[in-house]
Design a protein around this ligand. Structure first.
Ligand SMILES: Nc1ncnc2c1ncn2[C@@H]1O[C@H](COP(=O)(O)OP(=O)(O)OP(=O)(O)O)[C@@H](O)[C@H]1O
Ligand SMILES: [Mg+2]
Length: 455
C-alpha cells in the first residue's frame, strides 16, 4: 500500500485529504507543521508528500528540498493558494511532481496523485533498465549488426555468465580483446580483476614467473616474493592473449595449471589454489599450429572448450558504415573537429577495401581521415593512398589493337600486387584475400614475375 504524507497547518485540510485519499486505497499520514513533517519522515519512508507551501514554521519548499535530498524517488506535490502560482513553478523546478492550486476539487486531486505515482513507477522501471544496461555494458562497445555479429553477441551472452574456458580466434584487429573484456564484464566475476598477458611477448623463464610468480631467491633477479598473474586474477578472469605463441616448455606448465587450478611459484615449495576463468585468444589458427607440431594438442583441447570465432571485417562489410560512423563520431569529438559525415564516394571506397587489418585498420584510417579532413565530410582525398587507386580502372575503348588477354593479365597482376602488399608478404593471407589457393597464388606470382626473393 502506498504511503502518503499530507502537510498543512489547516486541520480541516489534512482531514479532508485524509478521507479522500484513504478512499482511494492509500495509507495517509498527516502533519501540521514543518517540524512534525520532519519527525514523520524520520520514522519511515513515504511514497509521496503533499504539502502546503505556507507553513507556520517554514515553507513547503524546504520540505521538498529535504525529501528530494533524502529520497529522490519520493513524489512531492505542493499546494498553493490561488494567486501564488509563482511558488508552484519554483517548486516544479526543484523537483516537485505537480502542484495543486487551492481550492481544488476531489477529481483534480485524484488525477494529480495517480499520475505522480504513474511517473514514479516509470522512473523506477527506468532505473531497472539502466542497471540491466550496465550489466550489458560489455557488449555495447562492440559495434556491428550484421548476421555474424548478431550470432557472436548471442553466443557471448550465453557463455559469459558461465565459468567455462573460452577460446577466441580471429584475425588481427577483429576485436578479440574487446570480446574478452565484454565476457568478463558480463560475468559474475565482473567486480573481480581482469588480468591479461601476452603469451608471445616474453621469453620462457620470464613468462613463467609472470604467470606463476616466484619466491625470493628463486633466480638472480628475484629479490623478493612476487605474486603471479594467476594469483592476481584469483576469482576473476585471466586473459591469455596470443596463446599460440606460448613457448613449448611453458605449454606443459600452463596445461598443468589449467587442469589442476593450482599453481606453484617459481622456486616455491607449496602450491596455491586459484579460481580463475580463462579466456584465451589467438590470431593464428591453433588447429594448424597443432597439426604443425607447434602447439600441444592436450593444451588445445583444454582451451578450446567454447570456441568463439570473430569474423573478419571483409566477411561483414555491411557493418562498415556503422563502424566508420562510430569512429568518426569518436575522433571528431576527441579532435574537436566539425566533420559531420562520410561522403558517398569515400564510403564506397571503404566498403570495397579488403581490410586485412580489420576493425583496427578501419579505426586508424578514420582517425587519419578526421585529422586531415578540412571540409564537413570525409572525402576520398583524406583516405590513404591505396584507397584512391582502388577505383576501378577506366574501361578501355574497344578498338583494333585491344587484347583481351593482355587486359585480363594486367588486371590479374594488379590484384596480385595489391594483395601481396596488403598482406605484407604473408602469402597465405594474400591467397585468402584473392579467394584462391596458396598453390594458385604461387603459380600466378611466377607467371607474372612478381616473386621477388620470397617464395
Ligand atoms: N566490433 C568492434 N566495434 C568497435 N570497435 C572494435 C570492434 N572490433 C575491434 N574494435 C577496435 O579495434 C581495435 C582492435 O581490437 P582488439 O585489440 O580487440 O583486436 P584483437 O583481435 O585483439 O587484435 P590482435 O590480434 O591484433 O591483438 C581496438 O581499438 C578495438 O576497440
Ligand atoms: Mg589482441
Amino acid at each position: 500500500m502506498k504511503r502518503i504524507l499530507v502537510v498543512d497547518d489547516e486541520r480541516s485540510m489534512t482531514d479532508l485529504l485524509g478521507i479522500m485519499l484513504r478512499k482511494e486505497g492509500y495509507e495517509v499520514l498527516s502533519a501540521g507543521s514543518r517540524a512534525t513533517a520532519a519527525d514523520v519522515l524520520a520514522r519511515g519512508p513515504v511514497d509521496m508528500v503533499i504539502t502546503d507551501v505556507k507553513l507556520p514554521d517554514g515553507d513547503g519548499i524546504e520540505i521538498l528540498r529535504h525529501v528530494k535530498g533524502a529520497s529522490p524517488e519520493t513524489a512531492v506535490i505542493v499546494m498553493t493558494a490561488y494567486g501564488s502560482t509563482q511558488s508552484a513553478v519554483g517548486a516544479m523546478k526543484l523537483g516537485a511532481h505537480d502542484y495543486l492550486i487551492k481550492p481544488f476539487d476531489v477529481d483534480e486531486l485524484k488525477i494529480v496523485v495517480r499520475s505522480a505515482f504513474e511517473r514514479q513507477r516509470l522512473s523506477e522501471e527506468n532505473v531497472l533498465l539502466k542497471t540491466e544496461f550496465r550489466t550489458r555494458h560489455g557488449l555495447d562497445r562492440i559495434v556491428g549488426n550484421s548476421p555474424p555479429m548478431t550470432a557472436l553477441f548471442n553466443l557471448v551472452r550465453s557463455v559469459a555468465p558461465t565459468s567455462s574456458t573460452v577460446m577466441l580466434s580471429g584475425e588481427s584487429g577483429t576485436g578479440k580483446e574487446l570480446v574478452a573484456k565484454a565476457i568478463h564484464a558480463m560475468s559474475r566475476r565482473k567486480e573481480e580483476p581482469f588480468v591479461s598477458i601476452n603469451c608471445g611477448a616474453l621469453p620462457e623463464t620470464l613468462l613463467e614467473s609472470e604467470l606463476f610468480g616466484h619466491v625470493k631467491g628463486a633466480f638472480t633477479d628475484a629479490y623478493q616474493n612476487k605474486k603471479g598473474l594467476f594469483e592476481a586474477a584469483h576469482r576473476g578472469t585471466l586473459f591469455l592473449d596470443e596463446v599460440g605463441e606460448t613457448p613449448p616448455a611453458m605449454q606443459v606448465k600452463l596445461l598443468r595449471a589449467l587442469q589442476e587450478r593450482r599453481i606453484r611459484r617459481v622456486g616455491g615449495t607449496s602450491e596455491v589454489d586459484v579460481d580463475v576463468r580463462v579466456i584465451a585468444a589467438s590470431n593464428r589458427s591453433l588447429d594448424e599450429l597443432v597439426k604443425a607440431g607447434q602447439f600441444r594438442s592436450d593444451l588445445f583441447y583444454r582451451l578450446n572448450v567454447i570456441p568463439v570465432r570473430l569474423p573478419a571485417l571483409r566477411e561483414r562489410r555491411e557493418d562498415i558504415p556503422l563502424l566508420a560512423g562510430s569512429f568518426l563520431a569518436r575522433f571528431t569529438e576527441h579532435m574537436a573537429k566539425k566533420v559531420k559525415g562520410i561522403s558517398p564516394p569515400a564510403l564506397e571506397r571503404l566498403m570495397r577495401y579488403s581490410w586485412p587489418g580489420n576493425v583496427r585498420e578501419l579505426e586508424n584510417v578514420l582517425e587519419r581521415a578526421v585529422a586531415l579532413e578540412t571540409t564537413e565530410e570525409i572525402r576520398p582525398e583524406s583516405l590513404p593512398e591505396g584507397f584512391l587507386s582502388s577505383a576501378p580502372a577506366a574501361t578501355p575503348a574497344l578498338e583494333e589493337g585491344f587484347s583481351l588477354d593482355r587486359y585480363v593479365a594486367g588486371l590479374e597482376a594488379e590484384m596480385l600486387e595489391r594483395a601481396l602488399s596488403q598482406a605484407a608478404g604473408d602469402r597465405a593471407l594474400a591467397a585468402r584475400l584473392l579467394g584462391i589457393t596458396p598453390r594458385s597464388l604461387r603459380y600466378l606470382v611466377g607467371k607474372h614475375g612478381l616473386g621477388g626473393d620470397k617464395n
